[in-house]
Design a protein around this ligand. Structure first.
Ligand SMILES: Nc1ncnc2c1ncn2[C@@H]1O[C@H](COP(=O)(O)OP(=O)(O)O)[C@@H](O)[C@H]1O
Ligand SMILES: O=P(O)(O)O[C@H]1O[C@H](CO)[C@@H](O[C@H]2O[C@H](CO)[C@@H](O)[C@H](O)[C@H]2O)[C@H](O)[C@H]1O
Length: 485
């Protein structure tokens, strides 16, 4: 183990105070900042570790900080703890031009007065240090770098920061590994590590197997801070591929069918290796209550939803009605935020599923609960619809053919065609479209018409759920009560 990785220092007292005014400006501008729209009024330090990159001249601090953002108090509701973020802060006298995009600011006072601070993930030396720590299984202060001993990590791989829009931040090492550093961190078992590890144990080869990971033990709680996994070289994500085919006027049905098969492989492996439960009337009613509550909150936040609320609610009530009549469903661990951008296709045409974090805005306990696998299917169906809306001119029937192909691919592997349970599918598609309306209103208002057009369809569907997906072929006979995967 190299000395550079094992030596640590206690960060200077007053460090966070000196960074405070700069972080208040910089943090809310980051794509991964979860508290958009509310001012940051201060920070508190959860943990700080000073790291020593080889070569000197560079200060480096690993910080876990809570960003305080006052919420309008809700009578009777528990006070929300402030979000905790992982930051890797570098400090230098001045930044070379190549690091200009990483600038956080110039420190006016305190222990770093006169220094320039920046997001050190843009800088090769700090990120080399992280890989070396993972390779050697280092412990640095409260940081634990752990690895799967069966996978080899070569030293000296050249790092580069992934610059695409992300909920977290990732660094690729020599096109061999990718390290995802989680930005908003929460204590507990993180599904982004838990599920890929479980799938690797099960021999499922649709998900890159975690090679190493970073954890912190703080006040008796464990936090996952990052995961290193093999990099799928030359891959394009499903969203890019779908848009490419649309631009050429090409059909995407064969790819969608293969993606349906890949999804079902992951679901069946998860159902084999992790607990499944049967959802009866009470549990389904709770699910439905959650969906209705999310609709109500969303309609408050985005008034454009309000005219459709009764129709959308009917999708949820139909599901509760089936449960009241005695229908049951199997729930299991699922991906939880599946869409085309979470699927990678290698140049050899193989589909991989990534990013098992679930919907980052939901509490960890909720994200880890077994759920009907149709929830992931509904996420993908929404994604084909999103892609189709990006085509100019639109290609009639493109989304419908992808949606049908995806479901039939899924049925080939799992033995259950999601279309044979239209009430469940419509409820989950509706829930997802409502989530998307809120997401787009908050992050990309120009995109709001995309989920809103699905909202109009889903609200009007009434007794004929998901009419836009052709019925399954006789090869996978409809059987509303057949067991789900
Ligand atoms: N194993 C991998 N191989 C190749 N590229 C990957 C891999 N994992 C992630 N990526 C790339 O990094 C991007 C972000 O990864 P993701 O896990 O979705 O992060 P986030 O949770 O921040 O959205 C993906 O869209 C993909 O382009
Ligand atoms: O950042 P994440 O990948 O965790 O997911 C969030 O951002 C996604 C957009 O980047 C958003 O997905 C929505 O837009 C996609 C097209 O950009 C589309 O394929 C998805 O179907 C649609 O839901 C996702 O909802 C959000 O959680």
């Amino acid at each position: 183990m190299s000395e550079a990785v094992t030596r640590t220092l206690t960060p200077p007292p007053g460090l966070l105070g000196s960074l405070d005014p700069l972080l208040r400006e910089w943090l809310p501008r980051q794509r991964w900042f979860a508290g958009k729209g509310r001012p940051v009024t201060g920070f508190s330090l959860v943990a700080a570790t000073e790291l020593l990159p080889p070569g000197g001249k560079l200060g480096l601090y690993h910080l876990l900080v809570r960003a305080h953002q006052p919420l309008a108090p809700v009578p009777g509701a528990p006070e929300q703890p402030a979000d905790c973020y992982q930051l890797l802060i570098g400090e230098r006298e001045a930044l070379p031009p190549r690091l200009a995009p990483a600038l956080i600011g110039h420190v006016a006072e305190g222990p770093l007065a006169g220094r320039t601070v920046y997001d050190a993930l843009h800088d090769p030396r700090p990120t080399e240090l992280l890989l070396e720590a993972l390779r050697t299984g280092a412990r640095i202060g409260g940081l634990r770098f752990e690895r799967d001993g069966s996978q080899r990590i070569r030293s000296g791989l050249v790092p580069r920061l992934v610059t695409s829009e992300q909920s977290n931040s990732s660094v690729v090492y020599g096109d061999t590994f990718i390290l995802k550093l989680l930005r908003r961190i929460v204590p507990g078992v993180n599904p982004d590590l838990e599920l890929p590890l479980a799938l690797a144990r099960e021999g499922c080869e649709r998900v890159p197997a975690p090679t190493a990971w970073i954890r912190a033990e703080l006040a008796g709680e464990s936090y996952v801070l990052g995961v290193l996994q093999p990099f799928v070289q030359g891959a394009a994500d499903g969203w890019e591929l779908a848009l490419r085919e649309l631009a050429k006027g090409e059909d995407f049905a064969a790819a969608a069918r293969a993606l349906g098969r890949a999804t079902a492989e992951v679901h069946t492996a998860l159902a084999r290796t992790l607990p499944t439960v049967t959802l009866g009337h009470t549990q389904v009613q709770q699910l439905v209550d959650g969906m209705v509550e999310r609709l109500d909150v969303a309609a408050q936040a985005v008034p454009a939803l309000q005219p459709y609320a009764p129709g959308l609610r009917s999708a949820f009530e139909a599901l509760a009605g089936l449960a009241a009549e005695g229908s049951t469903w199997t729930a299991q661990r699922i991906h939880g935020d599946l869409h085309l951008g979470q699927c990678l296709r290698s140049p050899a045409g193989r589909w991989w599923l990534i990013d098992f974090e679930g919907e980052p805005s939901k509490p960890l306990a909720e994200r880890r609960m077994p759920q009907p696998p149709v929830r992931d299917v509904a996420g993908m169906l929404r994604s084909f619809d999103y892609a189709a809306h990006s085509a100019d001119p639109p290609i009639p029937g493109w989304a419908e053919s992808c949606r049908a192909a995806y479901c039939s691919g899924y049925a080939q592997v799992s033995g259950a065609d999601p279309r044979t349970d239209p009430v469940l599918l419509r409820a989950y598609e509706t829930d997802k479209a409502i989530y998307e309306v809120v997401y787009e209103a908050r992050h990309r208002p120009d995109w709001l018409p995309v989920p809103l057009s699905a909202i109009r369809r889903l609200a009007a569907d009434g007794g004929t759920p998901t009419p836009s997906i052709p019925a399954p072929t006789p090869a996978s006979p409809p059987s509303p009560r057949r067991p789900r995967p």
